[in-house]
Design a protein around this ligand. Structure first.
Ligand code: C2E
Ligand code: MG
Ligand code: MG
Ligand code: MG
Length: 277
């Protein structure tokens, strides 16, 4: 049998694809209970200054310790959570957990300013209750809003539906980062509409710096110059080699994140890092 893919094209019946879809739906259906059973955890990847490798912040990255499937990476369940709407409950849990940790670190290590970056999808950003939820979480955890960074992709900020919520967050002193910058639309109009504080340079550009690709170097240099001219800082994602680090430093990039500096750590791992002189 042939069926439509919804865009007016007809596809042949594919039993494997149907089985895969069924498995995805089954996984999606498990998510609400998994939240109650506390099967999700956060790991934290350091962001370091490219000047001196000093710790500037961490990014919270969610993992699902599934009882049968083992540890699942977010790429295998975040898009699903976004499709089914479970992302709103999961996202609230992530935000509360990450803010509680950051508040704890701020209290134990008052002379280190460690920011906490949290990822948000488009539906989270568009949820009208977001600012009120964030207010509740900041009040309960006692986190200084200037230590919180919200990461959104270009596709999430392209749609003006989330503007009011994001402006409300920025009004509270929360900072906004554009994640995977350069992989979405190259339409920068949102920079005029939104209070953006940081660009996170996407992996593919950083990858090109590995072997001195001139085009990638010019692109990175231009992005950094544009960002700095309008008061935005630049973080490079997925920095894996010393040659990338050297190029990024030379091109004026502010901070870096990647396996060269640190893999994502447990909360205890971050505490150890902060305790070390
Ligand atoms: P992202 O926000 O761009 O996060 C960076 C991803 O790059 C992470 O993958 C991180 O582990 C990986 N990475 C870090 N250093 C390196 C490196 O040197 N080389 C390479 N190749 N990769 C590196 P992860 O943890 O699998 O997360 C994937 C994506 O899932 C994230 O991309 C983010 O978009 C999303 N995500 C993660 N946690 C959350 C969450 O709590 N909420 C939401 N809405 N999305 C999340
Ligand atoms: Mg991110
Ligand atoms: Mg990213
Ligand atoms: Mg990504």
């Amino acid at each position: 049998a042939a069926k439509s893919d919804g865009r007016g094209r007809f596809l042949m019946y594919d039993p494997e694809r149907d089985a895969r879809q069924a498995a995805r739906y089954a996984l999606a259906a498990e998510m609400p209970d998994a939240l109650d059973r506390r099967e999700f955890t956060l790991v934290y990847q350091p962001l370091v200054s490219l000047e001196d490798r000093e710790l500037r912040g961490v990014e919270a990255l969610v993992r699902w310790d599934h009882p049968r499937l083992g540890r699942l990476s977010p790429d295998s369940f975040i898009p699903l959570a976004e499709e089914t709407g479970v992302i709103l409950a999961l996202g609230r849990w992530v935000l509360e957990e990450a803010c509680a940790r950051a508040a704890e670190w701020a209290k134990t290590f008052p002379d280190r300013r460690v920011c906490m970056s949290v990822n948000m999808t488009v539906s989270q950003a568009h949820e009208p209750g977001l600012p009120a939820d964030v207010d509740g979480i900041l009040a309960r955890t006692g986190l200084d809003p200037s230590l919180l960074v919200v990461e959104l992709t270009e596709s999430a900020v392209m749609d003006p539906g989330g503007t009011a919520s994001l402006v409300a967050l920025a009004d509270r002193g929360i900072r906004i980062a554009i994640d995977d910058f350069g992989t979405g639309y190259s339409n920068l109009a949102y920079l005029r509409r939104l209070p953006v504080h940081m660009l996170k340079l996407a992996g593919p550009f950083v990858d090109g710096l590995r072997d001195g690709d001139k085009v990638d170097e010019h692109i990175v240099e231009t992005i950094v110059r544009l960002a700095h001219a309008i008061g935005i800082s630049v973080t490079a994602e997925a920095v894996e080699t010393p040659s990338q680090e050297a190029a990024l430093r030379r091109l004026g990039c502010d901070t870096g994140q990647g396996w060269l500096f640190s893999r994502p750590l447990t909360a205890e791992g971050v505490t150890e890092l902060l305790r070390a002189p």
